[in-house]
Ligand binder design. Structure first.
Ligand code: C5P
Length: 239
């Protein structure tokens, strides 16, 4: 499905999204709508993006009791998202309920949105895990375990670092999706991302989809940056 490049629309309003997308008119993108934009604009932002021909990853990271997640997912499937996510920490029953909700909400004749799990947030570190959450296993072990749990619950993949993609594929199978943020061009600033990889490395490491925000959205020439992304993903060197 879709292009492997998910452009994170981390903007506070539809107006700014429209301004950013203007040069891309006629180019169908795969875009990510996160909490900031969705909570401002509501479901109509998804409908708007779909009307423009874009695929939408709705990055709302659901985490609640199973029935609430099921009903919420039913609605998100109706809204037309192509990809959604949950926190694996919600447990097996919650993840199964997410899939049930998506199945129930998908209009007939359409494919159900794919659903991936967040294992551990990249803002989580070993100390927080042990001292704040009282989880005694090493962080990396919990990531692998949560990925297997997501797979066993019927999910389609996980959000992870490209550096974890090989491990995830080894444990969950080649078709289990690795959707990887933390992507930067070689000459970019990392900003607040700790572990960054280039588009080319992400592909070599086994990422199925890369999530890229500021390297495109804050580029002086977003269209040119997007073309560079395609070029480098396909193995090309910088011209
Ligand atoms: O601007 P940048 O390329 O860092 O944006 C990455 C996007 O991916 C942001 O929307 C960020 O919230 C999201 N994300 C992430 N790391 C995760 C999960 C999501 O950077 N583990």
């Amino acid at each position: 499905m879709h292009t492997p490049f998910i452009v994170a629309l981390d903007f506070p309003s539809k107006q700014e999204v429209e301004r950013f997308l203007r040069p891309f008119a006629g180019t169908p993108l795969f875009v990510k709508v996160g909490m900031e934009l969705y909570y401002q604009e509501g479901p109509s932002i998804v409908a708007f993006l779909k009307e423009q021909g874009h695929a939408v990853f709705l990055d709302l990271k659901l985490h609640d009791i199973p029935n609430t997640v099921k009903q919420a997912m039913k609605g998100l499937a109706r809204v037309g998202a192509d990809l959604v996510n949950v926190h694996a920490a919600g447990g097996r029953r919650m993840m199964e309920a997410a899939i049930e909700g998506l199945d129930a909400g998908t209009p007939s004749g359409r494919m159900r949105p794919r659903c991936i799990a967040v294992t551990q947030l990249t803002s989580m570190d070993e100390r927080m895990l042990h001292e704040e959450l009282w989880i005694s296993r090493p962080l990396a072990e919990t990531v692998g375990h949560y990925a297997v749990l997501a797979k066993d619950s019927g999910l389609d993949g996980v959000v992870c670092s490209a550096k974890e993609a090989a491990l995830i594929k080894e444990r969950c199978g080649a078709s289990f999706l690795a959707v990887t943020p933390g992507i930067r061009f070689a000459d970019d600033a990392a900003h607040d991302q700790v572990r960054v990889v280039t588009p080319k490395s992400a592909r070599e490491l086994g990422a199925d989809y890369i999530v890229i925000g500021r390297s495109i959205t804050r580029a002086a020439d977003p269209l040119g940056a997007y073309a560079r992304l395609q070029h480098e993903w396909n193995g090309g060197e910088r011209e």
